[in-house]
Design a protein around this ligand. Structure first.
Ligand code: TRP
Ligand code: ZN
Length: 891
């Protein structure tokens, strides 16, 4: 599939490019079978380096001609590159002609076909699959692009920047010429040629400039674009208000495509999106989908400054743009959510995601620093560590310098580096330099260990109250476990936001020894050594420490709190995040004890009462209640254990869920009735929270009914499924039926499919729902295998492949990890199949085995066999080989 040789690229080997490409003029004769590309580049030598050959990247394309200043030159192919030895001393014009075949491109990287249209995806190294180029982010050029194509097949022709000319070519063909005035790296190039329609909106920004916003979709999807457009407008307003960063383009386009490897792509002025993150109507999309659209539209828009105006010097710096942009999209969603409690809910969701995906990543075979030191295939490093942990690193900087200080830092970053390709060091330096009198500036070299050291640090806290001296001494100690290639680690800088809570729930004034007066009742302790002590004075009774508020650092905290303390925090902590955390900890302690066989699973009254109090609380938000009453996931539980028995985890968690369903039966019924949303659908946080809680309640009621042999609630769920006015409620009711293995699940699933058979994104949900149903007697796994043969299933469409394969293998541990190894056989078969179609996607799915060596027997040995079988595939892509190779190193 890929011609790339599997060599290890190292960060320390970085050298500047030997040539610069200042501008490029591209002409495309578009055709799905064979597209002709003519590239005319203004090239000059990098005067800082010795004279050497020009080496251009190229992958899976056919060269037809090379001219320098109009003269033919000799060239050779070497290590998959096009090498030209003798070239003029001074600047020259290089013309290259080549062809590529979009219809054969199933990898969806480069120029490919989807739904009859032609689309590109160039990040990270897809441009070299379109034409020969210096395909690296530190080579920035001004692009002029002419697209020529059949008018009937491709009425819409788009590229980056501004449309400068368009017209007819005769013979049923037409052309469009685009110019992007901003120099950009090749990974931000994009073109689209397709039969599309657009929702348009003219806006005037603060500076008085007019802009045209467009959202392009397939005919018939136009009414599904309102939320995406609203999200785009909100993003533009937010970036200007929060960071003073305006829209710099006359025209900003979003294009939705049904076949896409990731969520979306920030190509300059022409963002290309997975349809999943554009299309929504209340009838077809859930609240989670609406929130996802807002956040991804924001994310790609925010890249226009953090990624495009300032880009990465090399791919090791990926978190420079991704960590920062995730931080920005998280802040955007939080600001959009409004109330303090809705902000906390968003924070909880983000942290839950971090713990469920990034923590296991950091503890497995693919563990790597936020700024990796080496890679084989850069596509394998678009990870939760680079994105989500990278965002946490940026968030810690904001915590250390304050919100205003951070905004000042961003301003300085743009003053220094606008238009450049830079490093993570440059970013951290700008934030620190704009805030000279802060812990960040003082500790910068040490703080930057967050970029260089992998693994999740452990933070251990112990408090000691001394009544005679009225002091409370907190000891904080950090330790780091070894990671691949990093046996020893130096201490991190850990900001610990905290408060002390009295038994009655009062937030105590915080006065450290040596201070004249208390400094508020919440503060940030900065732990910069392996261990430190903090003594608080004027404390009358032993307080409960509330540590790491808002999850102020990406660490695992052991606070050694007793149940009584956790119950106090669950009830009283002024920090909503830590209230939720206390509830999770109470549940986790009980689950882990039962999994370890130390205690039988019997829920104690204080715990059940505390959860009931949350559920029935008159003031707490429904969304917060739903999060607090949801048990820690099987994946997160597995993360806590050094030897993982997935079936044991599944059984214990399901049992606890059932107990909660029964113990709180009346309360669930009450919550279900209380949280009905009247009137038309709106995706706002308050209504979405109510729907989430009503749906959780309904699920619990159906679960309890199934165990008690009562049919009232399943009947109500079925009725609600049929009557639902929006997809959130419809899918919620359907999930209540499937998750409780109700007899009504089958007819409901059939009905659902018939109702939405023409809605690809809804059919994805239909597959995913079946593949993620909690396992019972092997039925779910058997069903998933059966679904492979369903006429609607296809491995070629990434969304569809994910909706069945990733859903089962990654999101349903109870169904996937089987004592008979059938889950692993299924996995290996799919990876081998998919590897020949789409290596990037195959490599992502292969990652479910990252922590295979922590599995208990018989899972461990069976996983090993499956891994070896994949490794033995003769022409395995370098993408999958890197993942499997690293996993096998754990043997
Ligand atoms: N830069 C994209 C983002 O916003 C990520 C992305 C989209 C991507 N498509 C890709 C990365 C293909 C690698 C390959 O996060
Ligand atoms: Zn991004």
């Amino acid at each position: 599939m890929r011609e790339g040789t599997a060599t290890l690229i190292r960060r320390e080997d970085y050298t500047a490019p030997a040539f610069w490409i200042r501008s490029v003029d591209l002409t495309f004769e578009l055709d799905p079978v064979k597209t002709l590309v003519i590239s005319r580049m203004q090239v000059e030598r990098n005067a800082d380096l010795p004279v050497q050959a020009l080496r251009l990247h190229g992958d899976d394309i056919v060269l037809t001609r090379v001219l320098a200043n109009g003269e033919s030159v000799s060239f050779r192919h070497e290590d998959g590159m096009l090498v030209i030895d003798s070239l003029p001393e001074g600047p020259f014009l290089l013309e290259i002609r080549n062809t590529c075949s979009p219809e054969k491109n199933t990898a969806l990287s480069g120029l490919y076909q989807s739904g009859g249209g032609l689309f590109t995806q160039c990040e990270a190294e897809g441009f070299r699959r379109i034409t020969y180029f210096l395909d690296r982010p530190d080579v920035m050029a001004v692009y002029t692009v002419t697209l020529r194509a059949s008018k009937a097949a491709y009425p819409v022709l788009l590229s980056n920047g501004n449309l400068v000319e368009q017209g007819d070519l005769g013979n049923g063909r037409h052309f469009a010429k685009w110019h992007d005035p901003f120099p950009k790296p090749s990974y931000l190039f994009a073109l689209v040629a397709a039969d599309l329609v657009a929702r348009e909106q003219h806006i005037r920004t603060r500076s008085g400039k007019d802009h045209l916003l467009q959202v392009y979709v397939r005919r018939g999807d136009l009414e599904k674009t309102e939320h995406a457009m609203n999200s785009l407008i909100a993003s533009i307003v937010w970036d200007e208000a929060r960071f003073g960063l305006p829209l710099d383009l006359e025209r900003f386009m979003i294009v939705a495509v049904g076949d896409f490897n990731m969520g979306a792509m920030e190509n300059k002025g022409l963002n290309i999106f997975n349809t999943k993150f554009v299309l929504a109507t209340p009838a077809t999309a859930t609240d989670v989908d609406y929130a996802g659209i807002e956040s991804v539209v924001g994310h790609e828009y925010f890249h226009n400054w953090t990624g495009n105006r300032i880009t990465c010097r090399d791919w090791f710096q990926l978190s420079l743009k991704e960590g920062l942009t995730v931080f920005r999209d998280q802040e955007f969603s939080m600001d959009m959510a409004g109330s303090a409690s809705a902000r906390a809910v968003k924070r909880i969701e983000d942290v839950r995601q971090l713990r469920q995906v990034q923590f296991p990543e950091d503890a497995g075979s693919m563990a790597h620093p936020v700024r990796p030191d080496s890679y084989v295939e850069i596509n394998n490093f678009y990870t939760a560590t680079v994105y989500e942990k990278g965002s946490e690193v940026v968030r810690m900087m904001q915590t250390l310098v304050g919100r205003e200080g951070f905004a000042r830092g961003i301003t300085l970053y743009f003053e220094r580096h606008d238009g450049q390709a830079v490093t993570c060091d440059d970013f951290a330096q700008a934030i620190a330099d704009a805030n000279p009198d802060t812990a960040l500036a003082r500790l910068l070299p040490q703080f930057k260990r967050w970029y260089s050291q992998a693994g999740t640090p452990r933070l251990s806290a112990r408090g000691r109250f001394d009544a005679p001296t009225r002091t409370y001494t907190l000891s904080l100690e950090q330790t780091a476990l070894p990671s691949p290639g990093q046996p020893e680690k130096a201490p991190f800088v850990i900001p610990v936001a905290m408060g002390l809570v009295g038994r009655d729930g009062a937030a105590l004034p915080l006065q450290l020894e040596g201070e004249d007066a208390p400094v508020g009742n919440e503060r940030v302790l900065v732990l910069d050594e392996a261990r430190n002590f903090y003594t608080f004075v004027n404390i009358d009774v032993e307080p409960v420490p509330s540590l790491l508020r808002g999850f102020s650092a990406p660490v695992v905290l052991a606070d050694h709190l007793a149940d009584a303390d956790l119950l106090t925090l669950l009830q009283h902590d002024p920090d909503a995040f830590n209230r939720w955390e206390a509830g999770q900890r109470l549940a986790m302690n009980r689950l882990l004890a039962a999994i370890g066989g130390e205690a039988p699973l019997a829920l104690d009254t204080p715990f059940v009462d505390a959860l009931r109090n949350v559920l029935r609380h008159p003031e707490l938000d429904a969304a917060f209640k739903e999060l607090t009453l949801t048990l820690p996931s099987e994946t997160y539980l597995a993360e806590q254990l050094s030897v993982v028995d997935p079936q044991k985890i599944h059984t214990v968690r399901e049992a606890m869920k059932l107990q909660l369903a029964r113990e709180l039966r009346d309360d669930w019924a009450w919550a279900f009735e209380q949280n009905q949303v009247a009137g038309g659908y709106s995706p706002d946080a308050a209504s979405a929270g109510k729907r989430a809680l009503a749906n959780l309640s309904l699920s619990m009621l159906c679960l309890g009914s199934a165990a008690d042999g009562d049919t009232v609630w399943p009947g109500r769920a079925f009725q609600r499924f049929k009557d639902a006015g929006n997809m959130t409620d419809r899918l919620g009711a359907l999930t209540a039926l499937t998750a409780s293995h109700s007899e009504l699940a089958e007819p409901a699933l059939q009905r659902f499919h018939a109702l939405f058979k023409d809605e690809a994104l809804v059919i994805d949900k239909w597959f995913a729902l079946q593949a993620t149903t909690p396992e019972k007697d092997g039925r779910v796994f058997a069903r998933a295998k059966q679904l492979l043969k369903h006429p609607d299933f296809s491995l070629r469409n990434p969304n569809r492949a994910r909706s069945l394969i990733s859903a089962l293998c990654m999101s349903n541990p109870g169904a996937f990890h089987r004592t008979d190894a059938a889950g692993y056989v299924f996995w290996a078969d799919r990876i081998i199949e998919l590897d020949s179609i789409n290596p990037q996607l195959a490599a992502r799915m292969a990652r479910v085995m990252d922590r295979w060596s922590a599995l208990a027997e018989p899972y461990r040995s069976a996983a090993h066999v499956a891994l070896q079988r994949v490794a033995a595939k003769p022409d395995l892509s370098s993408d999958v080989r890197e993942i499997i190779g690293r996993a096998l190193e754990q043997a």
